[in-house]
Design a protein around this ligand. Structure first.
Ligand code: FE
Length: 339
């Protein structure tokens, strides 16, 4: 038993609230400890398969991303964590900017995961891809009327658009991509147009956006496709469809869930082994089946329902831009009245 890790984990248990953790008694020198803002049911099957393949045990705790980042900062060099997993490149970038990650750029990661889904300095790696695209009412919209994110700012969508709140990281990252692709001035016009077209105050959740379209409050919106998948699973006859945005231009805005190896990791070697394993074909197939996301490893086909939505061109903006442009995105949305 590594004394430093035992003490650290004891401190966590006595001081901080965790929503879930495996048996800490099992921590051994070669086990890997992961802090994750991804929910337990999305990571446990992956860790179990990893342990089966490698014999390396994974101990994990889950919680809100922001709280886990703060905890990692407080714990500093005595942290028991070897890896941090979270969703959205904006969050991964923020963790990197707080000096929590170490540089990891192995040949395996480079060959499994395309460069635009990885931090250029190797601080974090995307492990699953989520696509944020247009969802529309099949009763009131023809797909031929749809084209780009920017087109949702056109007057023809006046009073017909529903969007998720600007407070959410997904919105911040999408807006960062609009700034990246169009420049700040044009991006400002697009955001203004969206705000002018809103049918209602921005929604708290993607599922609310889709429910608003189904109830007739609006006709089009923007969602991460796995939320659409969940809705269709419950309600296969819902009069909603996905439209792949920007196919003649920059491609659909994609984001990632991903992970980085903690700078102060006591088992960086084990964490790198886990990170590489998570990028492998086997792990990528499990990822896809768990949350209706897309594989980050482009050599792997999408899972059943997800592949039925068709293939599409992804925006290959390096996702570190979602972090680099985040402050600009937040400011621009504020100025343009996007709540
Ligand atoms: Fe989500």
């Amino acid at each position: 038993m590594n004394i430093k890790r035992l003490i650290s984990i004891t401190v966590i248990f006595s001081v901080l609230t965790v929503s879930s953790i495996t048996t800490v008694q099992a921590v051994s020198d070669d086990s890997v400890t992961v802090y994750s803002s991804r929910k337990e049911h999305l990571i446990k099957p992956l860790f179990e398969a990893f342990t089966k393949d490698t014999g390396i045990q994974v101990d994990y705790l889950t919680g809100k991303g922001g709280a886990l980042i703060e905890r990692l900062k407080l714990e500093g060099s005595s942290t028991p964590a070897d890896m941090f997993m979270t969703v959205d490149a904006g969050n991964l970038w923020y963790a990197g900017s707080q000096d929590l990650f170490q540089n990891v750029q192995t040949e395996t990661l480079k060959s499994n995961i395309p460069a635009y889904l990885r931090d250029p300095q190797g601080l974090w790696t995307g492990l699953s891809v989520r696509a944020r695209t247009i969802v529309y009412s099949t009763q009131r919209v023809e797909p031929s009327e749809l084209s780009t994110y920017a087109d949702l700012a056109s007057p023809k969508w006046k009073g017909r658009l529903c969007l998720r709140t600007s407070k959410k990281i997904y919105t911040k990252s999408l807006t960062a991509s609009v700034i990246y692709n169009h420049g700040e001035s044009k991006a400002g016009e697009i955001i203004s147009g969206w705000v002018n077209n809103l049918a209602a105050t921005p929604n708290a959740k993607d599922s609310h956006v889709m429910n608003a379209i189904l109830s007739g409050q609006c006709d089009v919106g923007l969602v991460n496709t796995y939320y659409f998948g969940r809705l269709i699973e419950k309600n296969p006859n819902a009069a909603l469809k996905l439209f792949w945005a920007n196919q003649d231009t920059t491609g659909v805005h994609v984001n990632v869930s991903g992970a980085g190896v903690i700078k102060n990791a006591s088992n960086a070697k084990g964490a790198i082994t886990l990170l590489e394993w998570l990028s492998s074909a086997k792990a990528q197939a499990i990822y896809g089946s768990l949350n209706k996301e897309y594989p980050a490893n482009q050599n792997i086909a999408s899972d059943g329902m997800v592949s039925s939505w068709g293939t599409f061109k992804q925006d290959n903006m390096n996702l570190s831009q979602a972090g680099i442009l985040q402050a600009k995105a937040v400011k621009l949305m504020q100025i343009k009245g996007y709540k």
